[in-house]
Design a protein around this ligand. Structure first.
Ligand SMILES: [Zn+2]
Length: 427
């Protein structure tokens, strides 16, 4: 007998009246109208059943620290980095772990079951690294956490000098951090930025690791480290294993240059993370009017065959005061900022918080096909576009066929003459 049978589900690809059969934590059949005995049956009522949400770009060492030790008055990236520098000496492992675990609770309740988080490796104590490795162990039964060794102060520019910062980064990898990070636009010069990309990509190639760099998070159209990232990816045979996060300078670049850059990125199979909530908040701060949006060129990247994910980046930290782990809110903002308003483009925005980041992170067994893990969300929406419009309630969240979280349907009781007694905002 099956462990779980989901009946009458709509899938993100538009198939309706679908059944999903689960045995031993895996999907064993996906077919229309299947009705066989199961220990548990979920009648999905024609609503959307989606693979879980995935966040390919987050900072779990900083999350839920908003207001510590003060708030970011200017709202800029650079004041956020300075503020994080003030907070770092005050951090304790216990507080880091408690805040990260609390965020993972929020994430699971929103159907977000895989997160790639950058972790600052500039502190020689590696306090945050040890804390997040402990969190990774603790949440492993319900959430996949992937860690990126992130030299926030710049691997060459940082106050301890290049040798110490590179050494800290390598020690973090030795401890079990999964991915090599970087921040070339924050190094002292364009030449140092390019050198940092080369050194860090070589380190990843040596160790057989993936790369994910904060790259060109700037409004400066001449911040072109993505070009070096694509070049080194190609040179070192890292195709498909390297991600450029943010790439906001692409928003401001000359169109002719971008017409050369996109094919180079595609050739290197570079992957991209845009962070719409944060990019629209932090970029363009030096502009008066017109004020640039500052998000990378998402539709053009997708059209060039490049895998693009939307990341949350920050929740209640030195850079961003809002957020709740809701990847539909992230995609909703991405859709608006990139003006991705056609039906097809809105579906691409849904993919950018589900299948695209799963591919980027190399998640095994992700999806709603036979043989995949039985991980999925039952949403209070009939299709991905409605899920985006409503930032739909996650009615039930499953992992390996087991229920992790459930929420009551969103509905409002109405007391209006001659009108229905309730609404759920669905036509
Ligand atoms: Zn980031």
């Amino acid at each position: 007998m099956l462990d779980l049978l989901v009946k009458n589900a709509t899938l993100p690809d538009g198939r309706t009246n679908m059944s999903i059969a689960v045995l031993d934590g895996k999907i064993v059949e996906v077919s229309p109208g299947l009705d066989v005995p199961a220990a548990e049956v979920l009648e999905a009522q024609g609503l959307l059943v989606s693979p879980p949400f995935v966040d390919a770009h987050f900072h779990m060492d900083a999350t839920l620290s908003y207001g510590l030790p003060r708030v970011n008055a200017s709202g800029t990236l650079l004041e956020g980095i300075a503020l994080w520098g003030e907070l770092k000496p005050l951090l304790t492992q216990e507080a880091l772990i408690a805040r990260a675990l609390a965020y993972c609770d929020w994430a699971v309740a929103k159907g977000l079951l895989a997160i790639r988080t950058h972790v600052d490796v500039c502190d020689p104590r590696l306090l945050a690294v040890e804390a997040l490795l402990e969190v990774k162990r603790q949440v492993a039964p319900y959430l996949d956490l992937q860690l990126v060794a992130f030299p926030q102060d710049g691997v060459l520019r940082g106050p301890l000098g290049p040798d110490q910062h590179l050494n800290n980064l390598k020690r973090a990898l030795d401890l079990g951090v999964d991915v090599v990070g970087g921040i070339p636009h924050f190094e002292r010069s364009m030449a140092d930025g390019a050198l940092s990309v080369r050194l860090l990509c070589e380190l990843a190639a040596e160790r057989g690791l993936r790369v994910d760099m904060h790259c060109d998070e700037s409004d400066d159209p001449l911040s072109r480290h993505v070009e070096t990232l694509a070049f080194e990816t190609q040179r070192l045979g890292l195709q498909g294993r390297v991600t450029g996060s943010h790439l906001t300078s692409m928003h401001s670049m000359d169109n002719y240059y971008v017409s050369k850059l996109l094919p180079l990125m595609a050739e290197a199979q570079l992957q991209v993370v845009a962070n719409p909530l944060i990019n629209i908040t932090l970029q363009g701060r030096h502009d008066t009017y017109p004020k640039r949006r500052g998000m990378t060129r998402v539709p053009e990247l997708l059209a060039a065959g490049i895998n693009v994910a939307f990341g949350h980046d920050c929740v209640m930290d030195p850079w961003y005061s809002l957020g709740s782990g809701d990847m539909l809110e992230v995609a909703h903002m991405g859709l608006h900022v990139a003006q991705m308003t056609s039906q097809a483009a809105m579906r691409q925005c849904f993919d950018a918080v589900t299948v695209n980041p799963a591919q980027l992170m190399g998640l095994a067994g992700y999806g709603l096909e036979v043989g995949c893990f039985a991980d999925f969300c039952w949403l209070q929406a009939r299709d991905p576009v409605e899920a985006l419009r409503l930032r739909a309630t996650r009615l039930k969240v499953f992992r390996r066929g087991k229920l992790l979280a459930q929420s009551p349907a969103a509905t409002s009781q109405l007391h209006l003459p001659g009108r229905p007694t309730q609404t759920s905002w669905m036509t």
